[in-house]
Design a protein around this ligand. Structure first.
Ligand code: DWN
Ligand code: SAH
Length: 409
């Protein structure tokens, strides 16, 4: 185990609790003829801050290596997620965007999956999105986008050009940003005193409960709890005033932050903090037990895949998710165990999975000749995918899942 780096929120020591070893960039899909000696790897390990309890990566990957003009994750690829974000837009329009000529800024708007519904209502908006691949798609939908990283300087420029924001929103983005001091200074500079900063990200409580260890990869730097977010807000002149549990992406929490003293915190905040204390969620012992569960899943999954291969069964991966990079690289799953992964994303098709180089193919490759088993890497979309792949089940196919334990359905 290496030395303890300072916490990115409060500078106290961070205690490491699990090391995933050498891992590639989770969203870098090399071409089959790429020079693999150039593939980027880093040590993926996770720890907890002794003081503010923030769970975070031990090493930071430079942001330009992850978010750029070839970023291949397009948020609108899931019908469930499109509905989720349309509902959220309606909620914000009804509850928060009620002032005269309101203004909303979204960090990490991706392909505009949420802002489209806002733009359709004629509400003033701006998406801040560094990855041109997805930002261009948002712009093509008529959404106003600024192709850059959000940070304090960006926030000040936006304020100078557009005035203060009623809402700043970020889905599955804040947890991607190590430089939190600059982000929250930007939020303070841009938000109206009556405004609200809303963000939703994978919840440590769900990750620990379900051993969904594949939520841990280069892009996910922080793993929030109500307690750690409350502490982070407090240190930056903000206050956690509300929380909502969400079921998407395997379990998330939506946090509402307001300038300190402006809103009365709801009972849901105290209730979730109390639940986390009761569970000892941020205790090193709890997190080390999580690590032991990860090791068990790795052993069970490699044993199952090896057994199926030795029996001559076919296994195909379903969904070339960023999450699956952690699974395939931790477990050593390459094309010998899983000959290909099918995925609907054109930018991933014809490429290889990061690190273990499993070919990514179109969904046709799956349906033209069903395998005996499908390893569901996109397990967070299980309901949507299993509904659309009913024929696979009817043809005798079985799904392999590895969260919360390795099982076949
Ligand atoms: O936080 C992040 C989340 C929001 O998105 C990012 N850091 C990166 C990305 O993570 P991910 O790749 O693990 O997300 P998903 O949503 O689990 O990825 C689903 C993958 O599966 C996509 O590549 C699309 C594909 N897919 C498919 O082939 N058929 C998805 C669905 C719903 C389908 O029916
Ligand atoms: N909000 C979408 C996208 C999540 S993927 C959804 O929930 O599906 C994370 C996104 O954050 C990527 O599109 C990435 O380009 C963006 N991102 C990373 N760092 C950022 C920053 N500093 N400011 C704004 N967006 C950022």
């Amino acid at each position: 185990m290496s030395s303890t780096p300072p916490c990115r929120i409060c500078a106290a020591p961070v205690q490491e609790f699990f090391d995933f070893g050498r891992q590639p960039l989770s969203d870098a899909f090399p071409a089959p003829d790429a020079d693999f000696s150039q593939e980027f790897f880093f040590r993926l390990a996770v720890g907890v801050c002794e003081s503010c309890t923030m769970v975070q990566l031990m090493e930071e990957v430079p942001r330009d290596k992850m978010f750029h003009e070839e970023y291949p994750y397009f948020s609108s690829g899931s019908a469930f997620m499109r509905e989720h974000f349309t509902n959220l837009a309606k909620q914000l329009l009804a509850d928060e965007l009620t002032a005269e000529d309101p203004f909303i800024v979204e960090l990490g708007c991706n392909d505009g999956v949420m802002l489209k519904a806002i733009a359709d209502h004629g509400v003033r908006h701006l998406g801040v999105e560094p990855s041109a691949s997805v930002a261009d798609v948002a712009a093509s939908k008529g959404i106003r986008v600024r192709t850059s990283f959000f940070e304090e300087a960006t926030a000040r420029e936006i304020h100078a050009e557009d005035g203060p924001a009623d809402v700043i929103y970020a889905a599955n983005t804040l947890c991607h940003i190590p430089y939190m001091g600059s982000i929250l200074a930007g939020v303070n500079a841009l938000l109206k005193p009556t405004g609200v900063f809303v963000f939703e990200d994978p919840y440590l409580g769900d990750i620990v409960e379900r051993t969904s260890f594949d939520q841990i990869y280069d892009e996910h730097f922080y793993f929030f709890t109500a307690r750690s977010v409350q502490e982070m807000a407090r240190r930056n002149g903000l206050e956690l005033v509300h929380v909502e549990r969400l079921t998407v992406h395997g379990g998330e929490v939506r946090y509402f932050l307001a300038p300190a003293g402006q809103r009365t915190p709801s009972e849901a905040v105290a209730a979730l903090v109390a639940e986390e204390t009761e569970r000892k969620l941020s205790d090193l012992a709890t997190l080390k037990a999580f690590g032991a569960n990860v090791v068990k899943i790795r052993e069970d999954l490699t044993a199952l895949l090896t057994k199926l291969r030795d029996e001559g069964k076919t296994v195909v991966g379903y969904g070339a998710t960023a999450k699956s990079a952690t699974v395939t690289n931790l477990c050593g799953i390459g094309p010998d165990l899983v000959p290909f992964i099918c995925d609907t994303t054109p930018a991933k098709q014809g490429r290889l999975s990061p690190g273990t180089h499993i070919p990514v193919k179109t969904p046709d490759a799956f349906s033209s000749e069903y395998p005996d088993y499908a390893l569901l890497f996109a397990w967070n979309h299980a309901e949507e995918i299993m509904a659309k792949e009913q024929e696979f089940r009817e043809a005798g196919g079985k799904w392999i899942l590895y969260v919360p334990t390795v099982h076949v359905v």
